[in-house]
Design a binder for this molecule. Structure first.
Ligand SMILES: Cc1ncc(COP(=O)(O)O)c(C=O)c1O
Length: 396
């Protein structure tokens, strides 16, 4: 048998993904749990409470109907898209047409990751927030496009400064991403931010993309939609907004979301997706329609109160440790500055090693957030209080 040098299995594009910086923390966390330690995991951004019963019941009923069993139509069931359009109207006052402006997604990650295949060409540029959800740039990378990172800093309330985008980048940019309520910074914006974004994108012929995955998790005023801006129109503005049922209804595992946007952007995304997947299980869509039709159900409202209580259990304790923190107004992430002189990797390592508490170091998100860390409000308030007590005991 002749031995030949084999070519690498992984594609150059896969190999070009940034390294996973949390691997070491993950390994230590698993070792601690295996050794029986009482680890409090404030790292995971996944709702800890179950999906509300009215949605599970809708799923049970729909799953018994064999009409939900075959492949579903590419853009999704009319019932789901109509519920999405009604939600846009009732919640934001936005008139969207269920057939023209809406498509169903297997979670918003599905839409976010496949949009580049629908609208980008090799050599195009996308503008993505830094720090930000990594799928904006991995989607670009897999399609031969480059990412321009727009720094988010405390000085500008964790919003990008569009004028800082260099002219040559701006001219090649095809997509620009914004995500408010924001992961990881917990920042929110007023509608005027979307006005500025819409004007900038329109002027430079860039498709504006708003990731609204956390729109219904809020503790103060309800966050606005991009489509509420006075500078936009669903039939004219090249833009798209992603909405997810994952966080609003504790449905992360169900994989259901929708995008609402300009008809051509929506049809391009649906066409790209036709070549990747075969739609969301029909029963999940019918249960999702029920969820959206009752987006202000008492269970959903109660969940907001739960997150608020957790936020309020957390922030005073962090301040007492010397961490600078703005209590988040929405989303379920609290973004705080490490105590003076401590970098986020050392902070997260000590929290885990000495207090059995997992937090996510800001260095994992961006080069310029190495003094920040993220805590998810996805464990019960008593556990958050316990975690803060343990962290306070370490001398910072
Ligand atoms: C900012 C942001 N966008 C989108 C998603 C994707 O959510 P899903 O695919 O469950 O809708 C997440 C998930 O954590 C997220 O944090």
């Amino acid at each position: 048998m002749t031995t030949t040098t084999k070519r690498p299995i992984r594609s150059e594009r896969l190999g070009a993904l940034p390294p996973y910086l949390f691997a070491e923390i993950d390994r230590k966390k698993r070792a601690k749990i295996a050794a029986g330690a009482d680890v409090i995991n404030l790292g995971v951004g996944d709702p800890d409470r179950p999906t509300p019963t009215f949605i599970i019941e809708a799923l049970q009923k729909a799953a018994m109907d064999p009409r939900t069993h075959p492949y579903s139509p590419g853009r999704g069931y009319p019932e789901f898209r109509q519920a999405a359009a009604t939600f846009m109207k009732k919640r934001f006052g936005v008139d969207a047409d269920a057939d023209k402006h809406i498509t169903t997604l297997l979670g918003s990650k599905d839409g976010i990751s496949h949009l580049p295949a629908a609208v980008l060409n090799p050599g195009d540029v996308i503008c993505a927030p830094d720090p930000g959800y990594p799928v904006y740039s991995s989607g670009a990378l897999f399609n031969g496009a480059e990412t321009h990172h727009m720094p988010l800093t405390a000085k500008t309330g964790w919003t990008p400064v569009f004028e800082d985008i260099p002219a040559d980048v701006r001219d090649r940019a095809r997509l620009l991403w914004a995500n408010y309520p924001n992961n990881p910074t917990g920042a929110t914006v007023e509608l005027s931010f979307f006005d500025t974004m819409a004007q900038f994108c329109n002027e430079h012929d860039i498709i504006a993309c708003s990731d609204h995955a956390y729109s219904e998790v809020y503790f103060e005023e309800a966050p606005p939609s991009f489509w509420q801006s006075k500078h936009v129109n669903l039939d004219e503005t090249h833009a798209i907004e992603f909405h997810s049922l994952s966080k609003t209804f504790n449905m992360t595992g169900w994989r259901i979301a929708f995008a609402v946007g300009h008809p051509e952007v929506i049809s391009a995304l649906a066409a790209a997706k036709d070549n990747h997947d075969s739609g969301v299980f029909g029963a999940v869509q019918l249960a999702g329609a029920e969820a959206l039709n009752q987006y202000d159900h008492p269970d959903v409202v109660a969940m907001r109160e739960v997150y608020r209580e957790r936020r309020d259990a957390l922030t005073p304790g962090l301040r007492a440790m010397g961490c600078e923190v703005d209590p988040p107004r929405a989303g379920f992430f609290c973004w705080a500055k490490c105590p003076q002189g401590v970098d986020s990797m050392s902070f997260a390592t000590r929290c885990l090693e000495e207090a059995n508490v997992v937090v996510i170091p800001g260095a994992g998100f961006s080069k310029h957030t190495g003094n920040w860390f993220r805590i998810a409000l996805t464990v019960e308030a008593e556990r958050i209080t316990e975690a803060v007590e343990r962290m306070k005991r370490l001398n910072w």
